[in-house]
Design a binder for this molecule. Structure first.
Ligand code: ADP
Ligand code: MG
Length: 251
């Protein structure tokens, strides 16, 4: 059973960057929370402060104001897969546990199990250059999951992929995250991607990022497939409402 306790909570968070040119307010008085097992997307205009928010949640920066809490370890996945070209797929997948200590037999078992489960086992001794973009992104996710994070932060993880690949990779990644019962926070500027993957979509304003509107997504097709989700009767309505919310802002 999933509990109602928030896994992630941000309360009245503000952050400003300081440079010789002056102060840039990136986030202002922003509050939201994410429950255990929930998949939440953040959408907002380019440069509004989305990556800044994830960096705050990953603990890479401290907020100027406000309080923030995350229960458990955080796994962070970025736009590019960041696989090391000179390491095999299995060695890359083991990098997470390796940098956070030493690799245990349990880590090896976890990684091998996921490589098998997610159709990468036969490529375990191959190098990243021999794999498709989608397969590499799956390896990157396995590497992130191998440290047993409670919360996954995903910063536009599909945006380097072409449209076709992007659909099937987001389908794969979404399914893996749900199968592994992870709490996830996805940053994207693709409205369809956000609706098809998420339980909730949070629309952010232009910089400094504030919460403009939160949409609970409830589609009458199972969430298991992002392709099927796009065919749900409610999909166009959500799309229009979110699109309007985003574009009201872009003057
Ligand atoms: P997004 O991910 O939504 O595109 P970011 O969080 O990367 O936006 O950036 C938000 C704003 O903060 C932008 O105006 C950006 O130029 C500025 N910014 C980001 N990182 C830094 C930094 N290290 N120093 C100064 N300004 C920054
Ligand atoms: Mg960004």
């Amino acid at each position: 059973m999933l509990s109602d306790n928030p896994m992630v909570s941000m309360e009245h968070i503000s952050l400003s960057y300081h440079s010789p040119q002056g102060e840039t307010k990136a986030v202002e008085d922003l509050s939201f929370s994410v429950k255990e097992g929930e998949f939440v997307s953040l959408v907002g205009p380019s440069g509004c402060g989305k990556s800044t928010l994830l960096s705050l949640l990953a603990g890479l920066m401290k907020p100027s104001q406000g309080t923030l809490s995350i229960h458990g370890k955080v796994g962070y996945m970025l736009q590019r897969d960041q696989l090391l070209p000179w390491r095999t797929i299995r060695q890359n997948a083991l990098l997470g546990p390796e940098v956070s200590g030493k690799i245990t037999q349990q880590d090896k078992d976890t990684v091998d199990h996921m490589l098998k489960k997610y159709d990468l086992w036969e490529f375990r001794d191959h190098y990243p250059a021999e794999l498709s973009g989608g397969m590499r992104q799956r390896v990157a996710l396995i590497r992130t999951l191998a440290i047993h994070p409670a919360v996954l932060l995903l910063d536009e993880p599909f945006s380097a992929l072409d449209y076709q690949t992007r659909l099937s990779v987001s389908d794969d990644i979404g399914r893996i995250i749900r199968q592994e019962k992870k709490t996830a926070l996805l940053v994207t500027h693709d409205i369809s991607e956000a609706i098809s993957l998420s339980d909730r979509v949070i629309v952010l304003s232009s910089r400094p990022a504030k919460v403009k509107q939160i949409f609970d997504i409830c589609l009458t097709v199972p969430h298991h497939s992002v392709i099927l989700a796009r065919e749900a009767p409610e999909f166009p309505e959500y799309f229009n409402r979110i699109w309007k919310e985003l574009n009201q802002d872009a003057q």
